[in-house]
Design a protein around this ligand. Structure first.
Ligand code: SF4
Ligand code: SF4
Ligand code: FES
Length: 282
């Protein structure tokens, strides 16, 4: 063992539903070197001590969202967590709460993805308008800024695991799907508010959120789902009272390179020829 190595106890949740009655803790002594992440520690265990340990990962760089785990009691990404930053000689590693366990550290995220799909996380527009339009749907940097933060979500499930409402009410959509819903509602290219309002305002929707803010505290990408949900609630209330301001429609641009320029590129060579049809009550 190199001189800078130290031994850290990994207390890991194990569970194989085919043979275990319930989850249990297994402790491994891991040789930790400088710069090692919790994900590296799990690999070390698999290579040196126990090839049967199972977890999910892919990118190793905080992008894919696969390695969400409960580390020292907090949902976070294993690949983004330095062992040295945790302090102490003991680390607990378990699967994300609020999900069924498939095996060991692998949660079943199907319920989250089903809820995500149910909020219609895509641009909704009139098909005929899409076909007849030849130009680009221009969106200003300011309009993009309104929802940009919410696009950084990597669907890791950490916010869902931290949410106390979800822990007691499985019908609750949860912070990740509701953030996605708000992201598309705010997009000037989208016209699906009325469809999503029924989902967001119904049972298990935004008004089930107690605004405890745990989701935002644990989010590894700075998405701030609690903020998204509060903005969504405000929009729903204002819409119900017919006090919501109209969404600024995106404009159609024509000219060389239409459809290729990014919104924050200077569009002087092109001409704004018409507004998209304004939405009502947005
Ligand atoms: S909002 Fe944050 S914590 Fe929740 S799924 Fe997205 S990236 Fe993960
Ligand atoms: S703010 Fe809402 S969604 Fe976020 S953890 Fe609290 S109850 Fe859950
Ligand atoms: S392995 Fe991809 S986010 Fe951790």
């Amino acid at each position: 063992m190199a001189e800078s190595n130290k031994i850290v106890n990994f207390h890991v949740t194990r569970y194989n539903p085919e043979k275990d009655v319930k989850p249990y803790i297994q402790t491994y002594k891991v040789e930790v070197t400088d710069g090692m992440t919790v994900l590296d520690g799990l690999h070390w265990i698999k290579e040196h001590l126990d090839p049967t340990l199972v977890w999910r990962y892919s990118c190793r760089m905080g992008i894919c969202g696969s390695c969400g785990m409960l580390i020292n009691g907090s949902p976070t990404l294993a690949c983004n967590t330095q062992i040295s930053h945790l302090g102490g000689m003991d680390i607990t590693v378990g699967p994300l709460p609020n999900f069924e366990i498939i095996r060991d550290l692998v949660p079943d995220l199907a319920s989250m993805f089903d809820k995500h799909a149910s909020v219609k996380p895509n641009i909704i527009r009139d098909e005929a308008d899409l076909v007849s339009r030849q130009g680009e749907f221009y969106q200003s940097p300011e309009q993009l800024e309104e929802f940009l933060q919410f696009t950084f979500c990597i669907k890791c499930g950490c916010c869902m695991a931290a949410c106390p409402t979800l822990a007691t009410d499985v019908r609750y959509l949860g912070p990740m799907p509701l953030t996605a819903l708000q992201r598309y509602n705010t997009d000037t290219r989208d016209e699906g508010f009325d469809i999503r309002a029924k989902i967001a305002g119904g049972d298990g929707g935004a008004f089930s959120c107690h605004y405890a803010g745990e989701c935002s505290r644990v989010c590894p990408k700075g998405v701030d789902p609690a903020k998204a949900i509060q903005l969504l609630k405000r929009k729903l209330v204002l819409d119900y009272l017919h006090l919501a301001s109209k969404k600024q429609p995106c404009k159609k641009l024509e000219g060389p390179g239409h459809g290729k320029l990014l919104p924050n590129m200077n569009p002087p060579a092109r001409t704004v020829v018409q507004d998209a049809p304004a939405e009502t009550n947005k």
